[in-house]
Design a protein around this ligand. Structure first.
Ligand SMILES: Nc1nc2c(ncn2[C@@H]2O[C@H](COP(=O)(O)OP(=O)(O)O)[C@@H](O)[C@H]2O)c(=O)[nH]1
Ligand SMILES: [Mg+2]
Length: 437
Protein backbone atom coordinates (compact mmCIF):
# COMPACT_ATOMS: atom_id res chain seq x y z
CA UNK A 1 0.00 0.00 0.00
CA UNK A 2 2.60 2.60 -1.00
CA UNK A 3 1.14 6.00 -0.38
CA UNK A 4 3.30 7.73 -2.99
CA UNK A 5 2.75 10.84 -0.92
CA UNK A 6 5.10 13.36 -2.50
CA UNK A 7 3.84 16.09 -0.16
CA UNK A 8 5.45 14.28 2.77
CA UNK A 9 8.38 16.10 4.38
CA UNK A 10 11.96 14.89 4.43
CA UNK A 11 13.51 13.66 7.67
CA UNK A 12 17.12 13.40 8.81
CA UNK A 13 18.93 12.00 11.84
CA UNK A 14 22.27 10.68 12.98
CA UNK A 15 21.77 6.91 12.63
CA UNK A 16 24.85 5.79 14.58
CA UNK A 17 25.00 5.85 18.40
CA UNK A 18 26.20 8.99 20.17
CA UNK A 19 29.90 9.11 20.98
CA UNK A 20 33.04 8.62 18.94
CA UNK A 21 33.46 5.90 16.33
CA UNK A 22 35.34 5.06 13.17
CA UNK A 23 32.43 6.24 11.09
CA UNK A 24 29.17 7.99 11.81
CA UNK A 25 26.14 7.99 9.54
CA UNK A 26 23.57 10.68 8.84
CA UNK A 27 20.48 9.30 7.17
CA UNK A 28 17.98 11.36 5.18
CA UNK A 29 14.67 10.10 3.79
CA UNK A 30 11.94 11.79 1.77
CA UNK A 31 11.12 13.50 -1.52
CA UNK A 32 13.62 16.34 -1.03
CA UNK A 33 16.64 14.02 -0.88
CA UNK A 34 17.91 14.96 -4.39
CA UNK A 35 17.88 18.72 -3.61
CA UNK A 36 19.53 18.13 -0.24
CA UNK A 37 22.20 15.97 -1.89
CA UNK A 38 22.83 18.70 -4.44
CA UNK A 39 23.29 21.28 -1.70
CA UNK A 40 25.32 19.25 0.83
CA UNK A 41 27.56 17.21 -1.52
CA UNK A 42 27.26 19.20 -4.74
CA UNK A 43 25.38 16.61 -6.85
CA UNK A 44 23.04 13.64 -6.72
CA UNK A 45 25.25 10.54 -6.52
CA UNK A 46 24.63 7.51 -8.75
CA UNK A 47 22.11 5.02 -7.32
CA UNK A 48 23.31 2.49 -4.76
CA UNK A 49 27.03 3.12 -5.25
CA UNK A 50 29.56 4.21 -2.67
CA UNK A 51 30.61 7.66 -3.83
CA UNK A 52 33.41 9.68 -2.30
CA UNK A 53 32.08 13.13 -1.50
CA UNK A 54 32.90 16.35 0.27
CA UNK A 55 30.22 17.41 2.75
CA UNK A 56 29.65 21.18 3.01
CA UNK A 57 27.41 23.47 5.00
CA UNK A 58 24.92 26.04 3.63
CA UNK A 59 27.70 28.63 3.08
CA UNK A 60 29.79 26.10 1.20
CA UNK A 61 32.33 25.58 3.98
CA UNK A 62 33.72 22.03 4.21
CA UNK A 63 32.50 19.87 7.13
CA UNK A 64 33.96 16.47 6.37
CA UNK A 65 34.85 14.10 3.58
CA UNK A 66 33.20 10.68 3.35
CA UNK A 67 31.02 8.28 1.45
CA UNK A 68 27.55 9.06 0.13
CA UNK A 69 25.09 6.35 -0.86
CA UNK A 70 21.87 7.26 -2.65
CA UNK A 71 18.87 4.90 -2.74
CA UNK A 72 16.19 6.21 -5.13
CA UNK A 73 12.57 5.40 -4.22
CA UNK A 74 11.16 2.82 -3.84
CA UNK A 75 14.22 0.61 -3.37
CA UNK A 76 15.29 1.79 0.06
CA UNK A 77 14.69 0.99 3.72
CA UNK A 78 11.81 3.46 3.98
CA UNK A 79 10.55 3.05 0.42
CA UNK A 80 11.27 6.76 -0.11
CA UNK A 81 14.40 8.34 -1.60
CA UNK A 82 17.16 7.84 0.98
CA UNK A 83 20.64 9.33 1.26
CA UNK A 84 23.23 8.01 3.69
CA UNK A 85 26.24 10.15 4.44
CA UNK A 86 29.07 8.25 6.13
CA UNK A 87 31.50 10.62 7.74
CA UNK A 88 33.95 10.49 10.61
CA UNK A 89 32.25 9.32 13.78
CA UNK A 90 32.64 12.28 16.09
CA UNK A 91 29.73 14.04 17.79
CA UNK A 92 30.73 17.54 16.65
CA UNK A 93 31.33 16.70 13.01
CA UNK A 94 28.11 14.64 12.82
CA UNK A 95 26.19 17.47 14.49
CA UNK A 96 27.48 19.89 11.84
CA UNK A 97 26.60 17.48 9.04
CA UNK A 98 23.10 16.99 10.40
CA UNK A 99 22.64 20.78 10.68
CA UNK A 100 23.71 21.15 7.05
CA UNK A 101 20.98 18.66 6.03
CA UNK A 102 18.39 20.52 8.13
CA UNK A 103 19.47 23.85 6.58
CA UNK A 104 19.01 22.24 3.17
CA UNK A 105 15.36 21.50 3.94
CA UNK A 106 15.13 18.33 6.05
CA UNK A 107 13.43 18.13 9.42
CA UNK A 108 14.81 16.25 12.44
CA UNK A 109 13.37 12.71 12.57
CA UNK A 110 11.51 11.46 15.63
CA UNK A 111 12.24 8.10 17.27
CA UNK A 112 11.56 5.19 14.89
CA UNK A 113 10.33 7.52 12.17
CA UNK A 114 12.32 5.85 9.38
CA UNK A 115 10.86 2.47 10.31
CA UNK A 116 7.40 3.98 10.67
CA UNK A 117 7.68 5.22 7.10
CA UNK A 118 8.87 1.78 5.99
CA UNK A 119 5.67 0.40 7.56
CA UNK A 120 3.44 3.06 6.00
CA UNK A 121 5.04 2.44 2.59
CA UNK A 122 4.30 -1.28 2.95
CA UNK A 123 7.99 -2.29 3.13
CA UNK A 124 7.42 -4.04 6.47
CA UNK A 125 4.32 -5.13 8.35
CA UNK A 126 3.88 -4.11 11.97
CA UNK A 127 5.30 -7.31 13.48
CA UNK A 128 8.38 -6.94 11.28
CA UNK A 129 8.80 -3.30 12.26
CA UNK A 130 8.68 -4.30 15.93
CA UNK A 131 11.28 -6.97 15.21
CA UNK A 132 13.68 -4.23 14.05
CA UNK A 133 13.65 -2.74 17.56
CA UNK A 134 13.81 -6.20 19.14
CA UNK A 135 16.88 -7.09 17.08
CA UNK A 136 18.62 -3.90 18.20
CA UNK A 137 17.62 -4.53 21.83
CA UNK A 138 18.34 -8.29 21.83
CA UNK A 139 20.11 -9.30 25.03
CA UNK A 140 21.25 -12.74 23.85
CA UNK A 141 22.14 -14.53 20.63
CA UNK A 142 18.93 -16.55 20.81
CA UNK A 143 16.85 -13.41 21.14
CA UNK A 144 18.72 -11.84 18.21
CA UNK A 145 18.18 -14.90 16.00
CA UNK A 146 14.53 -15.01 16.91
CA UNK A 147 14.12 -11.27 16.19
CA UNK A 148 15.76 -11.77 12.81
CA UNK A 149 13.33 -14.56 11.98
CA UNK A 150 10.42 -12.21 12.79
CA UNK A 151 12.06 -9.45 10.75
CA UNK A 152 12.35 -11.72 7.75
CA UNK A 153 8.64 -12.44 8.09
CA UNK A 154 8.45 -15.90 9.68
CA UNK A 155 6.11 -14.79 12.45
CA UNK A 156 4.00 -12.71 10.06
CA UNK A 157 3.74 -15.69 7.71
CA UNK A 158 2.40 -17.85 10.57
CA UNK A 159 -0.18 -15.17 11.37
CA UNK A 160 -1.08 -14.79 7.68
CA UNK A 161 -1.59 -18.56 7.41
CA UNK A 162 -4.03 -18.40 10.34
CA UNK A 163 -5.78 -15.47 8.71
CA UNK A 164 -6.25 -17.17 5.38
CA UNK A 165 -7.76 -20.27 7.02
CA UNK A 166 -10.05 -17.99 8.95
CA UNK A 167 -11.01 -15.97 5.88
CA UNK A 168 -12.02 -19.13 4.03
CA UNK A 169 -14.20 -20.26 6.90
CA UNK A 170 -15.73 -16.81 7.16
CA UNK A 171 -16.54 -16.77 3.45
CA UNK A 172 -18.28 -20.16 3.71
CA UNK A 173 -20.17 -19.04 6.79
CA UNK A 174 -21.29 -15.70 5.41
CA UNK A 175 -22.53 -17.35 2.23
CA UNK A 176 -24.82 -19.49 4.37
CA UNK A 177 -26.22 -16.47 6.18
CA UNK A 178 -28.38 -15.68 3.15
CA UNK A 179 -30.30 -18.93 3.54
CA UNK A 180 -33.07 -19.42 6.07
CA UNK A 181 -31.99 -21.58 9.03
CA UNK A 182 -34.05 -24.60 8.07
CA UNK A 183 -32.43 -24.87 4.67
CA UNK A 184 -28.88 -25.12 5.99
CA UNK A 185 -27.58 -28.51 5.22
CA UNK A 186 -25.64 -30.65 7.64
CA UNK A 187 -22.68 -30.90 5.27
CA UNK A 188 -21.92 -27.23 5.64
CA UNK A 189 -22.23 -27.38 9.39
CA UNK A 190 -19.86 -30.36 9.64
CA UNK A 191 -17.38 -28.75 7.30
CA UNK A 192 -17.41 -25.51 9.30
CA UNK A 193 -16.97 -27.39 12.57
CA UNK A 194 -13.97 -29.30 11.20
CA UNK A 195 -12.34 -26.17 9.87
CA UNK A 196 -12.85 -24.41 13.17
CA UNK A 197 -11.11 -27.24 15.06
CA UNK A 198 -8.12 -27.05 12.76
CA UNK A 199 -7.87 -23.25 13.07
CA UNK A 200 -8.01 -23.55 16.85
CA UNK A 201 -5.16 -26.05 16.84
CA UNK A 202 -3.10 -23.74 14.64
CA UNK A 203 -3.76 -20.74 16.92
CA UNK A 204 -2.74 -22.83 19.95
CA UNK A 205 0.52 -23.77 18.25
CA UNK A 206 1.41 -20.17 17.37
CA UNK A 207 0.42 -19.03 20.87
CA UNK A 208 2.62 -21.67 22.53
CA UNK A 209 5.62 -20.72 20.39
CA UNK A 210 4.95 -17.04 21.08
CA UNK A 211 4.76 -17.55 24.83
CA UNK A 212 8.10 -19.34 24.67
CA UNK A 213 9.66 -16.60 22.63
CA UNK A 214 8.29 -13.87 24.86
CA UNK A 215 10.59 -15.22 27.59
CA UNK A 216 13.54 -14.27 25.38
CA UNK A 217 12.29 -10.68 25.36
CA UNK A 218 11.06 -10.18 28.87
CA UNK A 219 13.29 -12.50 30.89
CA UNK A 220 12.43 -14.35 34.09
CA UNK A 221 12.44 -12.98 37.64
CA UNK A 222 13.80 -15.60 40.04
CA UNK A 223 13.85 -15.07 43.80
CA UNK A 224 16.01 -17.16 46.15
CA UNK A 225 14.35 -17.50 49.52
CA UNK A 226 14.66 -19.66 52.60
CA UNK A 227 15.88 -19.71 56.18
CA UNK A 228 19.09 -17.87 57.09
CA UNK A 229 22.37 -19.67 56.40
CA UNK A 230 21.00 -22.33 54.04
CA UNK A 231 23.33 -20.96 51.33
CA UNK A 232 21.13 -18.65 49.22
CA UNK A 233 23.91 -16.09 48.68
CA UNK A 234 26.42 -18.86 47.92
CA UNK A 235 24.01 -20.31 45.35
CA UNK A 236 23.51 -16.93 43.68
CA UNK A 237 27.28 -16.54 43.42
CA UNK A 238 27.59 -20.04 41.97
CA UNK A 239 24.83 -19.45 39.38
CA UNK A 240 26.30 -16.04 38.48
CA UNK A 241 29.81 -17.48 38.29
CA UNK A 242 31.08 -14.55 40.36
CA UNK A 243 31.32 -13.46 43.99
CA UNK A 244 28.42 -11.03 44.02
CA UNK A 245 26.73 -11.57 47.36
CA UNK A 246 28.52 -11.55 50.71
CA UNK A 247 28.72 -15.02 52.25
CA UNK A 248 29.50 -15.64 55.93
CA UNK A 249 28.67 -18.37 58.46
CA UNK A 250 26.72 -15.72 60.42
CA UNK A 251 22.92 -16.08 59.97
CA UNK A 252 21.28 -12.84 58.85
CA UNK A 253 24.19 -11.58 56.72
CA UNK A 254 22.07 -10.64 53.69
CA UNK A 255 19.84 -7.68 54.45
CA UNK A 256 19.01 -6.03 51.18
CA UNK A 257 17.74 -7.76 48.05
CA UNK A 258 20.55 -8.11 45.51
CA UNK A 259 19.94 -8.62 41.80
CA UNK A 260 22.14 -10.30 39.25
CA UNK A 261 21.27 -11.07 35.61
CA UNK A 262 22.46 -14.29 34.01
CA UNK A 263 21.50 -16.06 30.77
CA UNK A 264 20.25 -19.64 30.59
CA UNK A 265 19.62 -21.00 27.06
CA UNK A 266 19.55 -17.38 25.91
CA UNK A 267 16.81 -16.46 28.38
CA UNK A 268 17.68 -13.50 30.60
CA UNK A 269 17.23 -14.57 34.21
CA UNK A 270 17.26 -11.99 36.97
CA UNK A 271 18.36 -13.71 40.19
CA UNK A 272 17.37 -12.00 43.41
CA UNK A 273 19.14 -12.88 46.65
CA UNK A 274 17.13 -12.02 49.75
CA UNK A 275 17.36 -11.81 53.52
CA UNK A 276 16.64 -15.21 55.14
CA UNK A 277 13.15 -15.65 56.49
CA UNK A 278 13.04 -15.85 60.29
CA UNK A 279 11.69 -14.00 63.31
CA UNK A 280 14.20 -11.27 64.02
CA UNK A 281 14.46 -8.47 66.56
CA UNK A 282 17.05 -6.63 64.47
CA UNK A 283 15.55 -3.50 62.83
CA UNK A 284 17.60 -3.74 59.64
CA UNK A 285 17.05 -7.46 59.26
CA UNK A 286 13.29 -6.99 59.77
CA UNK A 287 13.22 -4.48 56.93
CA UNK A 288 15.20 -6.94 54.80
CA UNK A 289 12.69 -9.70 55.54
CA UNK A 290 9.79 -7.40 54.59
CA UNK A 291 11.61 -6.77 51.32
CA UNK A 292 11.97 -10.52 50.77
CA UNK A 293 8.20 -10.89 51.03
CA UNK A 294 7.57 -8.19 48.44
CA UNK A 295 10.16 -9.77 46.11
CA UNK A 296 8.33 -13.09 46.50
CA UNK A 297 5.17 -11.42 45.22
CA UNK A 298 6.93 -10.22 42.08
CA UNK A 299 8.66 -13.52 41.32
CA UNK A 300 8.01 -15.66 38.24
CA UNK A 301 9.93 -18.51 39.86
CA UNK A 302 10.90 -18.97 43.51
CA UNK A 303 13.87 -21.07 44.54
CA UNK A 304 12.95 -22.32 48.01
CA UNK A 305 16.42 -23.13 49.34
CA UNK A 306 16.85 -25.66 52.15
CA UNK A 307 19.88 -26.98 54.01
CA UNK A 308 20.19 -30.68 53.18
CA UNK A 309 21.81 -31.27 56.58
CA UNK A 310 18.94 -29.64 58.48
CA UNK A 311 15.15 -29.57 58.43
CA UNK A 312 13.14 -27.79 55.72
CA UNK A 313 11.35 -24.50 56.19
CA UNK A 314 8.23 -23.36 54.38
CA UNK A 315 8.40 -20.58 51.77
CA UNK A 316 5.01 -19.15 50.91
CA UNK A 317 4.55 -17.83 47.37
CA UNK A 318 2.11 -18.10 44.52
CA UNK A 319 4.89 -18.24 41.89
CA UNK A 320 6.27 -21.39 40.32
CA UNK A 321 8.49 -22.89 42.96
CA UNK A 322 11.51 -25.16 42.93
CA UNK A 323 12.69 -26.77 46.15
CA UNK A 324 16.47 -26.77 46.28
CA UNK A 325 18.46 -28.77 48.83
CA UNK A 326 21.89 -27.24 49.27
CA UNK A 327 25.10 -28.37 51.00
CA UNK A 328 24.81 -31.91 49.68
CA UNK A 329 28.62 -32.10 49.81
CA UNK A 330 28.16 -32.45 53.57
CA UNK A 331 25.70 -35.33 53.11
CA UNK A 332 26.94 -37.81 50.52
CA UNK A 333 24.16 -40.11 49.30
CA UNK A 334 21.45 -37.56 50.13
CA UNK A 335 18.28 -38.12 48.08
CA UNK A 336 16.03 -35.06 47.76
CA UNK A 337 12.23 -35.37 47.97
CA UNK A 338 10.46 -35.97 44.67
CA UNK A 339 10.56 -32.97 42.33
CA UNK A 340 13.24 -31.21 44.38
CA UNK A 341 16.82 -30.60 43.29
CA UNK A 342 19.96 -31.41 45.25
CA UNK A 343 22.92 -29.07 44.83
CA UNK A 344 26.10 -27.96 46.45
CA UNK A 345 26.89 -24.28 46.07
CA UNK A 346 30.35 -25.16 47.33
CA UNK A 347 31.29 -27.79 44.72
CA UNK A 348 28.82 -26.81 41.97
CA UNK A 349 27.29 -30.27 41.95
CA UNK A 350 23.68 -30.29 40.69
CA UNK A 351 23.89 -26.68 39.47
CA UNK A 352 23.41 -27.53 35.74
CA UNK A 353 20.18 -29.36 36.67
CA UNK A 354 19.07 -26.35 38.65
CA UNK A 355 19.73 -23.99 35.72
CA UNK A 356 17.62 -26.17 33.48
CA UNK A 357 14.85 -26.44 36.08
CA UNK A 358 14.71 -22.63 36.40
CA UNK A 359 13.94 -21.98 32.73
CA UNK A 360 11.65 -24.98 32.53
CA UNK A 361 9.61 -23.69 35.48
CA UNK A 362 9.31 -20.37 33.63
CA UNK A 363 7.76 -22.16 30.67
CA UNK A 364 10.84 -22.56 28.45
CA UNK A 365 11.36 -25.85 26.64
CA UNK A 366 14.35 -26.06 24.39
CA UNK A 367 12.65 -28.35 21.91
CA UNK A 368 14.66 -26.93 19.06
CA UNK A 369 11.45 -25.77 17.42
CA UNK A 370 11.77 -22.15 16.44
CA UNK A 371 10.01 -19.76 18.77
CA UNK A 372 8.49 -16.37 18.01
CA UNK A 373 9.92 -13.37 19.82
CA UNK A 374 6.43 -12.19 20.64
CA UNK A 375 5.55 -9.02 22.46
CA UNK A 376 2.84 -8.69 25.10
CA UNK A 377 0.67 -7.06 22.39
CA UNK A 378 0.94 -10.17 20.21
CA UNK A 379 0.16 -12.53 23.09
CA UNK A 380 -2.94 -10.50 23.95
CA UNK A 381 -4.14 -10.54 20.33
CA UNK A 382 -3.57 -14.29 19.98
CA UNK A 383 -5.32 -14.98 23.29
CA UNK A 384 -8.29 -12.81 22.26
CA UNK A 385 -8.52 -14.63 18.92
CA UNK A 386 -8.44 -17.95 20.74
CA UNK A 387 -11.27 -16.86 23.04
CA UNK A 388 -13.44 -15.79 20.10
CA UNK A 389 -12.86 -19.16 18.44
CA UNK A 390 -13.89 -20.93 21.64
CA UNK A 391 -17.06 -18.83 21.72
CA UNK A 392 -17.68 -19.61 18.05
CA UNK A 393 -17.57 -23.31 18.92
CA UNK A 394 -20.31 -22.76 21.46
CA UNK A 395 -22.42 -20.88 18.91
CA UNK A 396 -22.34 -23.48 16.16
CA UNK A 397 -26.10 -23.77 16.20
CA UNK A 398 -26.59 -20.03 15.76
CA UNK A 399 -25.07 -19.12 12.45
CA UNK A 400 -25.11 -15.32 12.90
CA UNK A 401 -23.33 -15.45 16.25
CA UNK A 402 -20.88 -18.00 14.88
CA UNK A 403 -20.07 -15.63 12.03
CA UNK A 404 -19.69 -12.70 14.40
CA UNK A 405 -17.17 -14.51 16.64
CA UNK A 406 -15.15 -15.44 13.56
CA UNK A 407 -15.14 -11.81 12.51
CA UNK A 408 -13.86 -10.75 15.94
CA UNK A 409 -11.14 -13.43 15.88
CA UNK A 410 -10.12 -12.16 12.45
CA UNK A 411 -9.91 -8.60 13.74
CA UNK A 412 -7.73 -9.60 16.70
CA UNK A 413 -5.27 -11.51 14.53
CA UNK A 414 -5.05 -8.76 11.91
CA UNK A 415 -3.90 -6.28 14.53
CA UNK A 416 -0.65 -8.26 14.92
CA UNK A 417 0.62 -7.53 11.44
CA UNK A 418 -1.10 -4.17 11.39
CA UNK A 419 -3.84 -4.43 8.81
CA UNK A 420 -6.08 -2.28 10.99
CA UNK A 421 -4.08 -0.14 13.34
CA UNK A 422 -4.92 2.92 15.28
CA UNK A 423 -2.52 5.87 15.13
CA UNK A 424 -1.97 5.88 18.89
CA UNK A 425 -0.78 2.27 18.74
CA UNK A 426 1.72 3.23 16.04
CA UNK A 427 2.83 6.16 18.18
CA UNK A 428 3.40 3.86 21.12
CA UNK A 429 5.31 1.27 19.12
CA UNK A 430 7.58 3.61 17.19
CA UNK A 431 8.06 6.04 20.09
CA UNK A 432 10.20 3.40 21.80
CA UNK A 433 12.65 3.14 18.92
CA UNK A 434 15.94 4.98 18.84
CA UNK A 435 16.27 8.12 16.76
CA UNK A 436 17.71 7.37 13.35
CA UNK A 437 16.06 3.95 13.06
N1 LIG B 1 29.69 -27.11 52.86
C1 LIG B 1 28.92 -26.20 52.29
N2 LIG B 1 28.75 -25.00 52.87
C2 LIG B 1 27.97 -24.08 52.25
C3 LIG B 1 27.32 -24.36 51.03
N3 LIG B 1 26.60 -23.27 50.67
C4 LIG B 1 26.81 -22.34 51.64
N4 LIG B 1 27.63 -22.83 52.60
C5 LIG B 1 28.07 -22.14 53.81
O1 LIG B 1 26.91 -21.80 54.58
C6 LIG B 1 27.08 -20.53 55.21
C7 LIG B 1 25.93 -19.62 54.86
O2 LIG B 1 25.99 -19.34 53.47
P1 LIG B 1 25.24 -18.12 52.82
O3 LIG B 1 25.38 -18.25 51.37
O4 LIG B 1 25.68 -16.83 53.45
O5 LIG B 1 23.76 -18.44 53.28
P2 LIG B 1 22.45 -17.49 53.22
O6 LIG B 1 22.31 -16.92 54.58
O7 LIG B 1 21.32 -18.42 52.90
O8 LIG B 1 22.68 -16.47 52.18
C8 LIG B 1 28.44 -20.02 54.75
O9 LIG B 1 29.39 -20.31 55.73
C9 LIG B 1 28.72 -20.80 53.49
O10 LIG B 1 30.09 -20.96 53.24
C10 LIG B 1 27.52 -25.67 50.46
O11 LIG B 1 26.99 -26.03 49.38
N5 LIG B 1 28.32 -26.54 51.12
MG1 LIG C 1 22.69 -14.48 52.30
Amino acid sequence: MPSGDSKRDTIAAVATPPGRGGIGVVRISGPQVPQIAAQVIGSVPPARAATLARFSDARGAAIDEGIAVYFPAPHSYTGEAVLELQGHGGPVVLGMLLSACLDAGARLAGPGEFTRRAFLEGRLDLAQAEAVADLIDASSQEAARSALRSLSGEFSAAIDALLSQLVELRALTEAQLDFPEEELDGIHRDDAAKRLVSIQAAVDDVLARSKQGSLLRSGVYVVLAGAPNVGKSSLLNRLAGAERAIVTPIPGTTRDALRETIHIDGVAVVLVDTAGLRESADEVEKLGIARTRSELERADVVLAVHDATAGTAAVASTAQRIDVYNKTDLRPGFVPPKGAIAVSAKTGQGVPDLREAIVRAAGWSSTGESVFLARERHLRALTAAKEHLVRATAEKARWELFAEELRLAHESLSAITGAFTADDLLGEIFGRFCIGK
